[in-house]
Design a protein around this ligand. Structure first.
Ligand code: NAD
Length: 542
C-alpha cells in the first residue's frame, strides 16, 4: 500500500488518424494488413489461467470479403473448458481484487498507450480482416474507442471510489467499493472490437475476474485483445477466453454458484433467453447476479419539413450504410416529409450510387462485406421480401453476391405502409426503409414512430425549426437512449455520448460512463464510532 491518494491522468479522446493518401499511417496500416493476410494460417488457442489451450476440433477463420482465404483456425472447446475457465478465474480472484486500485489503473492506462502505439496497426488490421471494416471504421472502433474506454473508465473508477458519505461528529462513515463476489461472464458480439474488449475490461478494472466468450466471427481480432491484455500486465486467470458455443458456455456458467454478473452485448432475442436461464437458476447463486445487456435497435431518422435536404440525405447515407449497417445504432428507418422527399431522394440516391463496394484493403471502398453467410442469407432474404411486396419499392441497391465475399449493395426501400415489416424488425445489414409522410402530420408521425418498434436505442431529429425540435425531443423521450439533433444516429464517442438504449434495446447502463462501471461493484458501508456509549439508558428514559 502506498501512503498517497493518487490522481489519474485526465482522460482525453484519442485523436482519429486520417489515413489520407500518401500519409505515413495509411502506408503502415496497409502494410500490416498485407503482412497478416499473407502470413501462414494462425492457430488461436483458448486462454485459461494464463495457459494456451488447444483441442483437436479446429474451425477455420476467414475474411467476410474473401471467404475462401483461411486466416487461421480456432480451437473449439467444450463444457470442461468453461469449467476450467471458471476455476482459473476464481483462483485469481483474491489477489486481483485485493491489488491496490492504482495498480489496476496502471494496467489499463498501459493498455491504452500500447494500443495507441505499438498495437494500433495490428488491432486495426485484424479488425479489417476479421470483420471487414474499412480503415476509418476500424480506426474509430478498434483503436480510438477502445483506447477511450480504457482511459475514461480509469477516470470513472476513481470518481466512483471518491464518492463518500457524510459523517456526523463522533463517527466516520466510509464506502468501500468491493468487486462482486464471484466471477463475471463477458459475452460479446462480432461487430465492435472495442465492445468485445470493454465487456471484459470494465469489470476487470473494478477488481473482478472474467470468463469471456467472444463471437465466433470476431475470434481473429479477439486474439489481439488477449495479447494486448497480457502485454499490459493483466495477471493470469483474471481474464479467461473460451471459444465454445454460446449455449455450452451458458449451460455451465449459469449453473455456477459463483456466477456474479453478465456483461452482454448482442441481439435482443439472445439476451432475453440468457435472462430466462439466469432466472431459472436464481436459488443457486450466492448473490443476485448483475445483468447488463446492450441489445438490438431499429434506429430512426425523423425529418421535419424545415430540414435541409442535403443534410438529411448525408445523414441517411452515412447513418444507414457505414460498416454495412451492422452497427446497433445504424439508421434503418427514416420518416421524410412530403415537401422534402423529391430533393432528399435525388441527393441521397446520387450519393449511394457513388459508393464503392469491395475489400477494405482498398481504402476507397466505402462499403465492405457483411459478416458471414448466415447474415448474408438473412439480409438478402429481407431484400427479396421487399422486392415482392406491392407496398414497397427498392430505390437503391437490391443486388447481392457471395461468390468471393458476402457483398450486399446498400439497399433503400420506400414503403407506403408505416408498419411495413422492415420499418419494425432489426435487419442488421445495409437496408434502409423510408416512409414519406404528409408534411403537415409531424406530430402524428412522431406518435407513429414511437409506437412502431419494440426498440429504443438511437434516433435523430433533423429540423431547422426550434419548436419542432423541442416537440420531437419531448414526444420521443422514450424512443431512444441516444438522441441526436441534426446528426446521424451513429458514432457515439466515449466520454461524450454515453451509449445505450431502453425498452427492447437493453438495460441502458451506458457503456463508456460511470453508470456502467457502478454495476461491477458491490458497496460496503463502514461506520466507525470513536467513543462508544457505556450505558444503554437514553435520556428520554429518565
Ligand atoms: P448475437 O446475439 O447473435 O451474439 C452475441 C453473443 O452471444 C455471441 O458471442 C454469441 O455467440 C452469443 N450467443 C448466441 N446465442 C447464445 C445463446 N443461446 N446462449 C449464450 N450465448 C449465445 O449478436 P451478434 O450477431 O454477434 O451481434 C449483433 C447484435 O448485437 C445486433 O442485434 C446488434 O443490435 C447488437 N449490438 C448492440 C449494441 C448495443 O450497444 N446496444 C452494440 C453492438 C451490437
Amino acid at each position: 500500500m502506498s501512503n498517497a491518494i493518487f490522481r489519474v491522468p485526465i482522460a482525453v479522446n484519442e485523436p482519429i488518424k486520417g489515413y489520407a493518401p500518401g500519409s505515413a499511417e495509411r502506408k503502415s496500416l496497409l502494410n500490416k494488413y498485407q503482412e497478416m493476410y499473407n502470413q501462414a494460417a494462425i492457430d488461436v488457442p483458448m486462454y485459461i489461467g494464463g495457459k494456451e489451450i488447444r483441442t483437436t476440433n479446429k474451425k477455420p477463420m476467414t475474411s467476410p470479403h474473401d471467404h475462401q482465404k483461411v486466416l487461421g483456425h480456432y480451437n473449439v472447446g467444450d463444457a470442461t473448458h468453461v469449467q476450467d475457465a471458471i476455476d482459473a478465474a476464481l483462483a485469481a480472484k483474491d489477489a486481483w481484487a485485493n491489488l491496490p486500485w492504482e495498480e489496476r489503473a496502471a494496467v489499463f492506462l498501459k493498455a491504452a498507450d500500447l494500443l495507441a502505439g505499438p498495437f494500433r496497426d495490428r488491432m486495426n488490421a485484424a479488425t479489417m480482416l476479421a470483420q471487414s471494416k474499412n480503415v476509418y471504421q476500424t480506426e474509430i472502433d478498434a483503436a480510438c474507442e477502445l483506447i477511450d474506454f480504457f482511459r475514461f473508465n480509469v477516470q470513472y473508477m476513481t470518481q466512483i471510489y471518491s464518492e463518500q458519505p457524510e459523517s456526523l461528529p463522533g463517527m466516520w462513515n466510509r464506502l468501500e467499493y468491493r468487486a462482486l463476489e464471484g466471477f463475471v461472464f463477458a459475452l460479446s458480439p462480432f461487430n465492435f472490437t472495442s465492445i468485445a474488449a470493454n465487456l471484459s475490461a470494465a469489470p476487470m478494472m473494478m477488481g473482478n475476474v472474467v470468463v469471456w466468450k467472444p463471437a465466433e466471427s470476431q475470434i481473429y481480432s479477439a486474439q489481439v485483445i488477449m495479447d494486448l491484455f497480457k502485454a499490459a500486465g493483466v495477471p493470469d486467470g483474471v481474464i479467461n477466453m473460451v471459444t465454445v458455443s454460446g449455449q455450452t458456455a451458458g449451460e455451465v456458467i449459469f449453473k455456477n454458484k459463483h456466477f456474479a454478473g453478465i456483461h452482454f452485448t448482442g441481439s435482443t432475442g439472445v439476451f432475453r433467453q440468457l435472462w430466462r436461464n439466469i432466472a431459472d437458476n436464481l436459488e443457486n447463486y450466492r448473490s443476485y447476479p448483475r445483468i447488463v445487456g446492450e441489445t438490438g435497435g431499429k434506429d430512426f431518422i425523423m425529418v421535419h419539413k424545415s430540414a435541409d435536404a442535403a443534410e438529411v440525405a448525408t445523414s441517411m447515407a452515412r447513418g444507414a450504410f457505414e460498416f454495412q449497417g451492422q452497427k446497433c445504432s445504424a439508421a434503418s428507418r427514416a420518416y421524410i416529409p412530403s415537401n422534402l422527399w423529391p430533393e432528399v431522394k435525388r441527393i441521397f440516391v446520387e450519393q449511394v450510387n457513388s459508393f464503392k463496394i469491395g475489400s477494405p484493403e482498398d481504402p476507397s471502398n466505402f462499403v465492405n462485406a457483411v459478416i458471414d453467410s448466415k447474415a448474408f442469407d438473412k439480409i438478402s432474404g429481407y431484400i427479396d421480401y421487399c422486392k415482392a411486396q406491392p407496398d414497397a419499392e427498392v430505390i437503391t441497391g437490391g443486388n447481392y453476391d457471395k461468390s468471393k465475399g458476402y457483398f450486399i449493395e446498400p439497399t433503400t426501400v420506400v414503403t407506403t405502409n408505416p408498419k411495413f415489416r422492415t420499418m419494425c424488425e432489426e435487419i442488421f445489414g445495409p437496408v434502409l426503409t423510408v416512409y414519406v409522410y404528409d408534411e403537415n402530420k409531424f406530430e402524428e408521425t412522431l406518435t407513429l414512430l414511437d409506437e412502431t418498434s419494440e426498440y429504443a436505442l438511437t434516433g435523430s431529429i433533423m429540423s431547422n425549426d426550434r419548436y419542432a425540435i423541442n416537440v420531437a425531443t419531448k414526444m420521443l423521450r422514450n424512443s431512444a437512449g441516444n438522441f441526436y439533433i441534426n446528426d446521424k444516429p451513429t458514432g457515439a464517442v466515449v466520454g461524450q455520448q454515453p451509449f445505450g438504449g431502453a425498452r427492447g434495446s437493453g438495460t441502458n447502463d451506458k457503456a463508456g460512463s460511470s453508470m456502467n462501471m457502478l454495476r461491477w461493484v458491490s458497496a460496503r458501508t463502514i461506520k466507525e464510532t470513536f467513543v462508544p456509549p457505556v450505558d444503554y439508558r437514553y435520556p428520554f428514559l429518565g
